[in-house]
Design a protein around this ligand. Structure first.
Ligand SMILES: O=C(CO)[C@H](O)[C@H](O)COP(=O)(O)O
Length: 268
């Protein structure tokens, strides 16, 4: 009798532990789902609003852009659109090819009508941190050749000040031989800490599509003048590009967990 009671209690404990564990993994999965859905609604909205027939389209990089290319491929197929796609990375090029879209390049299409790209963080003035995926150099070149740059992101990227939400710092692409002096100069100019980005499935540093290293600058002062920071860091010999996009983006779409999209334009 005593044994049966203890066993039943044990069973009850085990069941509740299993239920709690399943609930946790269910809620982690549904959070992940809602993040993916948020990326998708933002991407679909931007493609539907900005891609037109005969346009030259800049294809950003990252996981949110995958949905934009999917939507573009659907529209090209159903509406028989002619769109030339200029990639911002190896990943973007693969996406274009996978969906049988027309691949272009800056050499033949130096003016892009609209670029749709993701971001790691967007502040209230529409200054962006980009380069979490290491593609900042080509992303910035393509954005700078675009009449319009539109950001698509989920709700976790929407912040008031840079650093409020994205904690991995500002990426700086550098020529490998110069990474130590650049690291020291940035810290002495603006403070903070710098990490050489390490690869995950390879020993050693990440090497970008352009053969460079990435430094992630963990800044501590959130009230810096980002335009000045951008131009000052760019002037350090060996810096190829910085993942700060100041006054480059005309609109941001943030997908929400409820399935709606919040829009933001630069302050006037
Ligand atoms: O700048 C980028 C890559 O260099 C990406 O646009 C940025 O990291 C956002 O990526 P995701 O859409 O996967 O969140």
């Amino acid at each position: 009798m005593i044994f049966k009671g203890t066993f039943n209690n044990l069973l009850r404990c085990c069941n509740s532990a299993v239920i709690v564990k399943s609930f946790r993994s269910l809620s982690a999965n549904s959070q992940k789902m809602s993040l993916e859905e948020a990326k998708q609604v933002a991407a679909y909205r931007a493609v539907d609003e900005f891609v037109t027939n005969n346009c030259v389209f800049g294809v950003g990089s990252g996981s949110t852009v995958v949905y934009a290319v999917q939507r573009l491929a659907e529209r090209v197929e159903t509406e028989n659109l002619k769109v030339t796609c200029v990639p911002t990375s190896f990943q973007a090029k693969q996406l274009i090819l996978k969906h049988n879209l027309t691949l272009g390049e800056l050499e033949t299409n130096p003016v892009i009508d609209v670029t749709i790209d993701g971001a790691d963080e967007v502040d209230s003035k529409m200054t962006l941190i980009k380069g979490g995926g290491g593609c900042l150099l080509q992303e910035k070149i393509v954005a700078s050749c675009s009449k319009k740059m539109i950001v698509i992101a989920d709700y976790t990227k929407d912040s008031v000040k840079l650093g409020d939400r994205y904690k991995k710092g500002i990426p700086i692409e550098v020529v490998p031989m110069a990474y130590v002096p650049i690291r020291n100069k940035v810290i002495s100019l603006f403070g903070g800490e710098i990490k050489l980005r390490s690869a995950i499935a390879k020993a050693g540093p990440v090497v970008t599509d352009n053969g460079n290293f990435i430094l992630d600058w963990l800044f501590t002062n959130q009230d810096l003048d980002w335009k000045k920071v951008d131009s000052t860091i760019k002037m350090i010999p060996g810096v190829v590009e910085i993942g700060l996009f100041v006054d480059m983006c005309q609109k941001a779409y943030f997908g929400q967990p409820e399935g709606n999209v919040v829009e933001r334009s630069p302050p006037s």
